[in-house]
Write a protein that binds this ligand. Sequence first.
Ligand code: PMP
Length: 443
Amino acid sequence: KSKDLKGYAPICLGLEDFYTRRLYLRIQDCFSRPIASAPDAWIDVVERYSNDNNKTLHRTSNTTKCLNLGSYNYLGFAAADEYCTPRVIDSLRRYSPSTCSVRVDGGTTNLHIELEELVARFVGKPAAILFGMGYVTNSAIIPALIGKGGLIISDSLNHNSIVNGARGSGAAVRVFQHNSPSHLEDVLREQIAEGQPRTHRPWKKIIVIVEGIYSMEGELCKLPEIIAVCKKYKAYTYLDEAHSIGAIGKSGRGVCELLGVDPADVDIMMGTFTKSFGSCGGYIAASKEIIQYLKYTCPAHLYATAMSPPAVQQVISAIKVILGEDGSNRGAQKLACIRENSNFFRSELQKMGFEVLGDNDSPVMPIMLYNPAKIPAFSRECLRQNVAVVTVAFPATPLLLARARICISASHSKEDLMKGLEVISKVGDLVGIKYFPAEPPKH
Ligand code: PMP
């Protein structure tokens, strides 16, 4: 995060110390809250207490029912589902929780093969490969795709797993201003001439890495413009769809579908199963050649235990529901519901005077707190009124841009959303974070 510290080093270094040694210790109850239920619309939050000035938090066996406004359970598949759950239970009985083997040595089940084919078909690429964890998908695949002599151009707000993968790859890394195709072009122009053939360039290859929905901003990627720049300079594109796949687009096919981009124009599509599909693991979808290459060279495929079979079955079932292949139209209903819920919640928050980041259709909507000292007040007061929210601050965001990150789900009912709005409005007044004048009610 050195960029954030530029010019502010003395103040910020003081703040960093304040954060890690003083503030975080006092507000640790706002983070890593244990829950004792599935991450559905309502959760059981485990109560905690401290008898030593908050230095150590102890758990009680009591739980409090809270409206959950923080999980990535965008389509509601994390809760028991009439189609997914019985199939997952069957797969658990048949395959056990773990393959106890890496993919190449007995860890490939027929479920893994089925899901790879299904993911490729769902995202519109010729082939796909699975990994046990979304984080590892980025941090292990990027070094497998590019190394010394290559150039990575990364959005300034890309996820830490991408930053880690880029750093670990040995390639040169340049950062472009968040979601700015014109700055991306400036960065590319500094490195190569427009139209210069790949074989005559100082870089073996150039990969531009972006996200479909930025997880701390709730913003959609300006993908069509970014792809146009990449084509002009013959750079490869790598798209992380962790938050967008399954959640947006008419049939859930993510940012490409929403913005009318042909998946063939994105070279590498990455995604995770931990959000819209209510499971765990990650995937890369790309050409047959790239996937074949990864299968024989990527250490995370060769040396890490395969994705858990029940987790694979959960994703297969969830995608089938999304595609309507379960014989119902629940998938289409879920997609319509998350869009409606997200747009309603966002516009109501804005009308109340909150500063809400992100774009329409995005289920991620950060409410700006700015001052990190507002985190405990906001988080604790919401919890006291039975609403669980996620607050994020340094180092996940720049120092003075703390925020509450609301995530909306298709499993939220209208009553849930009204309850959330009522509590957030009251707490917002209390904490003083309605930075804009409220819109007068329409008669
Ligand atoms: N990419 C992005 C953009 C993410 O936000 C995350 C985590 N939320 C990951 C990758 C890592 O995925 P996982 O949590 O499934 O490991």
